[in-house]
Every structure is written in structure tokens, then in C-alpha cells.
Design a protein around this ligand. Sequence first.
Ligand SMILES: [Zn+2]
Length: 401
Amino acid sequence: MAQDDFNQWFYDKTLRIDYNAVCSKDSAEGVFVSLTTSDGWGGERHTVKQCHHYGRYYMELADAASGKVLYTYSYSTLSHEWQSTGPENGETKSFPESVIMPMPKNQAVVNIYRHDSCDVFSKILSKRINIRLEMRNAPQKYSETILSATSEGNPINITILPEWYGDDEMDKFLNDAKKLTQWLTTTEPYSKYSNRFTINVVMPNKEAMMTRALNFKSSLGFKFNTFNIERYIASLNSKAIYDMAQSTAFKHVIILINTDQYGGSGFYNYYTCLCIDNEYSKELFLHEFGHAFAGLGDEYEKDVTFNIQQSSCELLTPNLTNLKDFKSKWADDIDPNAPIPTPKNRTDIEVGAFEGGGYCSKGVYRPSANCRMRYKDYDQYCKICTKIIEETIIEQTVRQK
Ligand SMILES: [Zn+2]
């Protein structure tokens, strides 16, 4: 039984490891910082032995005595994006990052790996965990449940946090969180599984809000112009974000930024953030959540700030291909007789391999002509992105693999 499997290995608590990813142009090293615990665990209620490698990093928690993998997931962070912007040779930058896991009952080892190339991963951090180690408790803030899963099986636990809200704007935050919940639960394919989601909000204490109001400082460190990219809003303060989220049992974090400007970002299994009062906030949320929840890649082309390396192997993201191993992507789901690559003018083809995506106009292919992951204001995910999101929901809510 899944629950027995979980109870055999884990306490119903969350363990977080904070580390610094010290990065240069093409290398990274992890430096351990601290361990933080909190009551309740919001992820899968069974051991997870394998993950999809959609992100640039993955973590693996293994039993120290037997080497058995107990929990693993892949994720993306800002440090890789910084590396993609093409820093100078010799330039280094340190990024505070965090991973979360259920608290192991026995001695365990956590390893963090970075994707280097093809199927080559290098270990950037190894930390032995035992219950007697010094761990801090996450500070507890006020939280409230705004949606409770009613389905059997494990719920998908999402926690929503406020940013740039004033002390007297907590009612607005609560309404904004309910608005976002409505967007999620009425949009395909999430709507089909809306009874599998639990959504909590966390409110900061009054004192912290007062400080923010006086200094005009945000509490979670979100800023525009990340890496000098206009409208790219993100925070490097993973400690503040996860400290606040740990007032609840969570797997996914969404940060609402209280402004009508346009902006947001989404990092696979890390966090989604978005400006909540813009006329395109809903579409932007569904795009960014596609990155953060399901590991989807951007299907658009642009003047490149990012630098996708020429590669002899397939791309990590599930909805993009360079046709090096199309079989491992959506080759089985293309329209009958769709030419591969699919010419631009074949508007009759729903699923093929259309050139242009992943910030490249050549050599990278996407499933359909249009998708939320290509045009942020387009009103649907393409058929393949829809399928990947559905698979993610099902994987995270099954009782046992
Ligand atoms: Zn798509």
C-alpha cells in the first residue's frame, strides 16, 4: 500500500535544503547552507524512484544504508538561465537555491545533479541527513485553505504567496488568490481534474508588512529587469519564498505580485510568479504555470538573449524537439500523414513538427502552429502540451506508481 510505503520511510514533515549554486559560464558547484523543517508534506505520498529530466537540475534522496532512491525530482532555477545569457569567461555568480522533500526517518543522502550534456549529469552537492543534525523550524505564518481536493489519492498542493501587497491589502490578496484559483480550475486540462487540487494562501504577519510599507521593500525579493531583460520579474531569495510557503504542506508555489504591470516567470518545480492586475494576467499565468508545473518549454522564437547550444542529443523540454530522437517526444501522436518537418503553410495539420521554438527560428520544432506556450495571449495549450499537463496531474495524484 502506498501509504505504508510512505510511512515506512518518511515522517509527515517537509525537509528543505538551502544551498548556494556557485556558477560560472558553464559550470556549477553547490555549497550547503542550511536545513529547515516544517510540519506536513505536500508532495507525493509514496516513494518516487524516477523523474522526468525536464529541468536542468535534479535532486535525489536515497536511504544511506541500502542506497534505495526514496524521492527524486527535476527542477530549473535562475542560475541556469543566467548561464544561458552568456556571461563572460571567468565571471562567477552565486545563487541561493532550495530543494524540498519529505523528512526521511533513517539516515539518508541527498545528492543534487546538474545536466551537462546529453545524458551526462554532474553531482554538484552531496549532503548526509540524519535526524540529529541541527535543523531550524520554518517560521509559521497565518494560512488559509481556499480550495480542498475531494478526489481520492494524493492532492496537488499549491500554496499562493503575496508580494508587494500593503498591510491593509490582505483582503485584496485573498480575492486575487481566489481569482487565480478560478482561472486554474476552469481552464482545460486542469478543469477536468479540478477536484485533485488543494490551494492554500499564506499571509505575512502585520509587523513584516509594516516594515515593507515604510521601506517600500518587498518581502520576497521580487524585482523587474532580472538579468537586464525587460519585464522579466523574478526573485533570488529562495529562502524567503520557501520559508513562507512552509507554513503549509505544499508541492508548488505561486507568488502574486500586486501590480498592474506586465510580467511573470515560471521555473519547473521551483515557483511561478506573476503580476496579478494586468489585463493579460490570466493568459500569462497559464503560460508560466505550464513551465513550472509541467516543465513545458517556450515555443516562441526571439532575438536571442538566450543561447541554446548546438546539441547532438534531444532537448530536455517535452514539447520541443530538434528531431534527434523524435520517437522519444510526440512522434506517435502526429496527425496521420503529417510531413516531418511540417511546412508552415500546412494549417490543416494539428500535430506535426513546426520549425521555430525554444528561442530559435531554425533547428528546433514545436508540435502545433499555435499554443499558449508560443503566444502568451493565445487561449489554448496545443494538443501535446495538454497531454503533458494531464500526465503530470495524473502522476502527482496517483496512490502509487
Ligand atoms: Zn504547446
